[in-house]
Design a protein around this ligand. Structure first.
Ligand code: ATP
Ligand code: MG
Length: 499
């Protein structure tokens, strides 16, 4: 289907409007001229008729009237369009001037068949219009006159309107031509103006066409854009900013993912090569296989975590929101981690409580990730506190805090730790306590909080570090109650990174 052209549509609309205005103005002018012409001619007819009747009534007999016919017909001399006819009571023509065929019996006019009374005051409203024998348009009237001896005669005064109608036709044709020319001119001018006005759009389209994946930092120029398009240009540039940011994050993510996959793969390959370099005892093979299994675990956890993040970003990700008793859940998690905490020589305490509206599996996963970190970074003999409380300033939220004693996270890194694959000290990832970490734990926590319309942030000082999750106590339900999605099943099956 051919695309509609904005320029053509608007130019046609302007041309149409011009025609409409022309038609209205021309009609008014035409009818004004028509009226003006008729009024002037009608006045002549009335005056001549009045005068002729008065003259006729001064004569005593028909013979006397006939003898002085030129006195009556003299009224219409000098204007070839005017004509006069005088008839007796039997409708026989007594005399006439220029009036052949004016009273055509084939087209009888009321103005002729019913002459005005002899004492009737003749006005313009008495004038009628008819066609003469040759078809010429005629305006005129007939009036009776009573001679002094009582004889009744009819005086007919008429004007041939052919010249007038011709003038009006000529005038109408000129108006049609002017109207058509005006329409063409309006169409062409508006077409040119619109094309020129839309030039900035073409420039924008051109600069947009030059933006490719390698040139996502290019922006559309705002300076030359007309005021109506500035909002569009600014929105497009903002969209490009977002795309650029997203694209860079994605590239970084892919690079980090490849980098982090390389380490366990390298370890697997290295240990296998060493094991194969010479014959070994069964115990040695067993130990290599066990270490390889650990690397495989780490890789599969990383893949599962990456998969979770990818799916959680999908708009269709389904959560099952329920009322969660925070104190009970925190206690449950603390119990679950008791063994690991004992091994690390740290103590877990649970404080506070409250109700929150959350997907319980995702809630557990977020707190598990935070507690796994806390256990890793708490010095031996230190304590971790899991707490839930409603802040006085925001009564409709519940803050779940995982606080641990231990070293401070640099304030400038408090936000970065939530980035994917980010570890404060990468060298630590190969420490015994850090084996199996993927650098995705906090990124998952933040994503889970976003899925709940809440937030996650960190605070740290020299004595302790606190990770705070802010949940809304009530939320709009996004999924059908009880519906368990693929993503949730995965979320439930994925282990946490505490190992
Ligand atoms: P994963 O959790 O995926 O196995 P990870 O624990 O290294 O790996 P995150 O949980 O995202 O990744 O944590 C990112 C970084 O934040 C950690 O590497 C660590 O440097 C820092 N961090 C997290 N929690 C604490 C904490 N409680 N105290 C000090 N530093 C922390
Ligand atoms: Mg972690």
């Amino acid at each position: 289907m051919a695309r509609r052209s904005l320029t053509a549509t608007l130019a046609l609309a302007f041309a149409g409007t011009t025609v409409l205005v022309f038609v209205v103005v021309s009609s008014v002018l035409y009818y004004a001229l028509d009226r003006q012409v008729k009024q002037q001619d009608d006045l002549d007819i009335v005056l001549i008729a009045r005068h002729a009747r008065r003259l006729a009534q001064e004569f005593g007999t028909l013979e006397e009237l006939r003898g002085h016919s030129d006195r009556l017909t003299g009224q219409v001399l000098g204007n070839s369009a005017l004509s006069m006819e005088v008839r007796d009571a039997q409708r026989n023509v007594l005399f006439q001037h220029n009036a052949a065929g004016i009273a055509d019996p084939a087209t009888p006019s009321p103005a002729l068949t019913n002459p005005l009374g002899a004492s009737h005051r003749i006005t313009q409203s008495d004038i009628g219009e008819w066609h003469a024998a040759q078809g010429a348009p005629v305006r005129g009237l007939a009036t009776y006159a009573v001679l002094r001896d009582g004889t009744l005669v009819a005086v007919i005064v008429a004007r041939n309107m052919t010249d007038r109608w011709r003038l009006l036709d000529w005038y109408r044709d000129r108006l049609y031509a002017a109207c058509f020319a005006g329409m063409l001119l309006a169409f062409m001018l508006s077409w040119m103006l619109l094309r020129e006005s839309l030039r900035p759009l073409r420039v924008m389209a051109h600069s947009a066409a030059t933006i490719t994946v390698d040139r996502l930092d290019t922006r559309i120029e705002v300076d030359n854009a007309p005021s109506e398009l500035i909002t569009l240009v600014v929105s497009l540039n903002a969209m490009l900013n977002r795309l650029d940011g997203g694209f860079q994050r994605m590239s970084q993510y892919t690079a980090d993912l490849a980098h982090d996959m390389r380490t366990p793969l390298g370890n697997l390959r290295g240990s296998t090569e060493v094991a194969l370099s010479r014959p070994r005892s069964a115990d040695e093979y067993q130990s290599v296989l066990a270490s390889n299994l650990e690397e495989c675990d780490r890789m599969s956890r990383m893949i599962e975590n990456v998969l979770f993040l990818a799916r959680a970003e999908h708009p269709q990700f389904v959560r099952t929101l329920t009322e969660v008793d925070a104190a009970r859940e925190l206690k449950r998690i603390a119990d679950y981690f008791e063994g690991v905490a004992d091994d690390a020589g740290v103590q877990i305490r649970v404080a506070g409580g409250g109700e929150l509206h959350a997907d319980v599996e995702l809630f557990r996963r977020a707190v598990n990730n935070l507690l796994a970190n806390a256990i890793r970074y708490t010095p031996q003999g230190g304590a971790i506190t899991l707490s839930a409380q409603t802040p006085a300033a925001a009564a409709d939220t519940l803050r779940v805090t995982v606080a641990n004693e231990g070293g401070q996270i640099d304030p400038s890194l408090l936000e970065r730790v939530f980035d994917r694959f980010y570890r404060v000290d990468p060298s630590r990832k190969n420490e015994p306590n850090s084996t199996g970490t993927t650098g995705l734990g906090l990124a998952i926590v933040r994503t889970i909080m976003e899925l709940h319309g809440g937030s996650a942030h960190a605070e740290s000082d020299t004595t302790s570090t606190r990770f705070i999750l802010t949940f809304a106590k009530r939320q709009e339900r996004r999924s059908a109650p009880g519906a368990i999605s693929e993503e949730e099943k995965i979320a439930r099956n994925i282990g946490t990174s505490y190992r």
